[in-house]
Design a protein around this ligand. Sequence first.
Ligand SMILES: Nc1ncnc2c1ncn2[C@@H]1O[C@H](COP(=O)(O)OP(=O)(O)OP(=O)(O)O)[C@@H](O)[C@H]1O
Ligand SMILES: [Mg+2]
Length: 188
Amino acid sequence: MSAAIDAMRGTIERLQRFAGGGGVRLTRVDVPAVIKSAVELIAPALGVDGRPAIDVELALAERLPPVVGHAADLQNVFINLLLNARDAMPDGGTVTIAARRSRDHVVVSVCDQGGGVAPEHLPRLFDPFFTTKAAAGGAGLGLSLAYGLVRAADGDIRAANRAGGGLEITLELPVARKSAQRPPRRRS
Ligand SMILES: Nc1ncnc2c1ncn2[C@@H]1O[C@H](COP(=O)(O)OP(=O)(O)OP(=O)(O)O)[C@@H](O)[C@H]1O
Ligand SMILES: [Mg+2]
C-alpha cells in the first residue's frame, strides 16, 4: 500500500504541475503492463482484514499499441477504479478489465458487480469532491483525478450502469503515433 501511496503522491504533484501550466511530458504507455501492475499493487487491498475477496479478471487483447500518457498516472487511474469497485462490492465479486483497440484508440472497460450508481448521481460522478462515502472517509477525488489525467492525454472517460447491475467505466486512450516517439524520460 505504501508503494501505491507514493505513486499517488507523484500523480498529484504532476497534476499540480499540469494545472500550473508547467506541463507534464507524455510518453508512450503499454496499457496491459500498466493494468497488470495496478492489479498487482492493489491486490493486498482486495482481500484482507476479513473482507470478502474481490476477483480481478483480465481480458486484454494481444498486441495492443502503446497509448499517449504517463505510466504512473495511468496506473493510479486503475488503482482508483479497482478500489471503487471493491467498495461497491462489500460482499465480494468480480471486477473485469477488458482492453481492445478501436481505430485510433485503446478502449478499456472496468466492470464490477456492485449496485451501480443512482441515475441522479451519474452526471456528478467525475466532479471533484463528489462522494457518497464521506462517512467512510471518501474524499471524492478518485474519479475527478482520473478524469483530469485522462483528459490531459486527450483521452476520454465515462461511466454507465450496466444492464445486469454494476458500474462500467470506459476509458478511451489515444494510440501513440510513431512520430510522437521520444526516448523514455528519466524520472526523479
Ligand atoms: N464502481 C462504482 N460503483 C458504484 N458507485 C461508484 C463506483 N465508483 C464510484 N462510485 C460513486 O462515485 C463516487 C465518487 O467516486 P470517487 O472515486 O471520485 O470518490 P470516492 O471513492 O468517494 O473517494 P476517494 O476516491 O477520493 O477515496 C463514489 O463516492 C461513489 O458514490
Ligand atoms: Mg474512489
